[in-house]
Design a protein around this ligand. Structure first.
Ligand code: SAH
Length: 398
C-alpha cells in the first residue's frame, strides 16, 4: 500500500539530510487535501527524492520523522526493533536490574521515536504519546513492550490525556492497554518509591533526577537539608539515606507532600522518619522568605518548568533569580546548593546567568562544583539538540 506523500519546497530538504527529525509546516510545498492527522507519510524533496517516513500532524511541527530509510515500513517490526535498541542501551547503562527498575526506556527523539515517551517501573510501562501518530500506534507499541525480551513488562498504562495536542481532539482517557494495576513500588538505586502513574504528574515520577539524587546522597552526611519542590520526595529519601541530620521537604501540593511522606515511610523506620524528616505543604516563595539565615546547609531547588513557552522566558528568569537569591542569601556558610531548571525554553547559558545574578545580589563567594544535566536514559539525539532540557548546578557557598 502506498503512503500519502508530502512534498517539500526547494531547499527545504537540507535539515532532513542532516537527520533533524522534524519537518516544519512552512517547508511543505504540497500535501494531499484529505490527509488525516496522525497519518504515516512519505516525505520527498522538491525534485522527488525520497527523504523518509514520519507521522503527520497539524501545527508548526508538521512531520516527526521516524526513519530516513525510504524502504523501512512503520509496522510492528519497526517498533520492535526501536524498542529493542532502547532496552539494550538501558541494559548497558545498568538501569534494568535488581538495584534499579525505574528508568526511561524511550525518550522521544533521543531514541529515534519522536512523539513517544515510555517509562518503566518494575513490571509496568507507562506510555505517553505526544503526537497523534504515536496515539494511533499505541496498541502496537503496548504489545511490543510486553513482547520485549528482558524488559519484564506485563502491564502497560497509557497516560496521554495531557500530552496529546489539544486541537487534535483525540479525547482519550488514561487507561491500561494491557494488564492491570499490580502494585506500584519501584526501585531506584536501591531505594524504594511508590509511583503514582494513575494520578501523579508526568508518568508518576521524575526519573530524570536519578543521577543528581545519587550525587546529593554523597553530599548529605551531617547536613541539614531543605528539599524545595519535593514532589514525591526523591531528593529527600536520598538525603536521609546519605546520613542527613534532618530533611525538610516542601511542596505547595498537599498530595505531593503525602507522597513524600509515604516514600520516606517505606525506606526508614517510623522512629527514624519522625526524628529526621518533616514535610510542609507550603508555597516555595513564602517558605524561602520565612526561612531563618543559617537554618540549612544543603538546599535543593528543583522547581517546575517556569517557562513552558518562549513568551514566558523573562518571567521565568526572574523566578529562577528570586528563589536562588533567597536560598544563597540564607544558606549556612559552607553550604551546598543544588539548583535546577527543567524548562526547555531556558538555555544553559540563560539559567547560569540567572543564578549568577542571584549570587551577585547576595555578595557571597559562590563557586560551581558540578554542572548537571539529564541522565543517560534521556539521551540527546545529536541531530536534535532541542532534546537537551535539564540543567543544574551544584554550588558551594562560603
Ligand atoms: N524535585 C522533584 C520534582 C519537582 S516537580 C523530584 O525530584 O521528583 C515540581 C514540584 O513543584 C511539583 O510537585 C509542584 O507541586 C511543586 N510546586 C509548583 N509550584 C510551587 C510553589 N509555588 N511552591 C512550592 N511547590 C511548588
Amino acid at each position: 500500500m502506498s503512503l500519502p506523500v508530502i512534498k517539500l519546497k526547494r531547499g527545504k530538504e537540507e535539515s532532513l539530510l542532516r537527520f533533524h527529525p522534524w519537518v516544519f509546516s512552512g517547508a511543505i510545498a504540497s500535501l494531499p487535501s484529505d490527509l488525516e492527522e496522525g497519518a504515516v507519510v512519505n516525505v520527498i524533496s522538491a525534485d522527488g527524492t525520497p527523504l523518509g517516513t514520519g507521522h503527520y500532524q497539524i501545527g508548526s511541527i508538521a512531520v516527526r520523522m521516524l526513519t530516513s530509510d525510504p524502504d523501512e515500513n512503520i509496522d510492528e517490526q519497526f517498533f520492535a526493533k526501536r524498542l529493542r535498541a532502547a532496552l539494550d542501551l538501558r541494559k548497558t547503562l545498568g538501569l534494568s536490574g535488581e538495584n534499579n527498575n525505574a528508568f526511561r526506556l524511550v525518550h522521544g527523539e533521543g531514541d529515534f521515536l519522536p512523539g513517544l515517551v515510555v517509562d518503566i517501573y518494575g513490571s509496568t510501562a507507562v506510555v505517553q504519546a505526544h503526537s497523534p501518530g504515536m496515539h494511533f500506534a499505541r496498541n502496537i507499541i503496548a504489545r511490543e513492550l510486553t513482547r520485549l525480551e528482558g524488559a519484564g513488562v506485563t502491564n502497560v498504562y497509557y497516560k496521554s490525556e495531557t500530552t496529546l495536542p489539544y486541537k487534535a481532539r483525540l479525547d482519550h482517557d488514561n487507561c491500561y492497554l494491557i494488564g492491570e494495576y499490580q502494585g506500584n513500588i519501584a526501585i531506584e538505586n536501591g531505594l524504594k518509591f511508590h509511583i503514582d502513574w494513575l494520578k501523579g504528574q508526568k508518568t508518576g515520577f521524575f526519573v530524570d533526577q536519578r543521577d543528581n539524587r545519587e550525587l546529593l546522597r554523597a553530599f548529605s552526611r551531617n547536613r541539614r537539608v531543605l528539599n524545595m519542590f519535593c514532589y514525591t520526595g526523591g531528593f529527600s529519601v536520598y538525603a536521609l539515606s546519605g546520613g542527613a541530620i534532618s530533611v525538610d521537604s516542601v511542596d505547595s501540593s498537599a498530595k505531593a507532600v503525602s507522597l513524600t511522606d509515604a516514600n520516606v515511610a517505606i525506606n526508614f523506620t517510623p522512629e527514624d522518619a519522625a526524628a529526621r524528616h518533616k514535610s510542609h505543604a507550603e508555597d516555595a516563595f513564602k517558605f524561602l522568605t520565612a526561612m531563618q539565615p543559617g537554618e540549612y546547609d544543603l538546599i535543593v531547588l528543583d522547581p517546575p518548568a517556569f517557562a513552558k513557552h518562549r513568551s514566558a522566558l523573562p518571567n521565568a528568569l526572574r523566578g529562577y533569580q528570586r528563589i536562588n537569591a533567597a536560598a544563597m542569601a540564607k544558606i549556612a556558610p559552607g553550604g551546598i546548593l543544588f539548583t535546577f531548571s527543567c524548562s526547555q525554553a531556558v538555555s544553559k547559558e540563560q539559567f547560569r546567568l540567572a543564578v549568577f545574578t542571584a549570587a551577585a545580589r547576595t555578595r557571597r563567594k559562590v563557586r560551581i562544583l558540578h554542572q548537571l544535566t539529564q541522565p543517560a536514559d534521556h539521551p540527546v539525539n545529536i541531530y536534535h539538540p532541542e532534546g537537551e532540557y535539564l540543567k543544574g548546578l551544584i554550588l558551594y557557598i562560603e
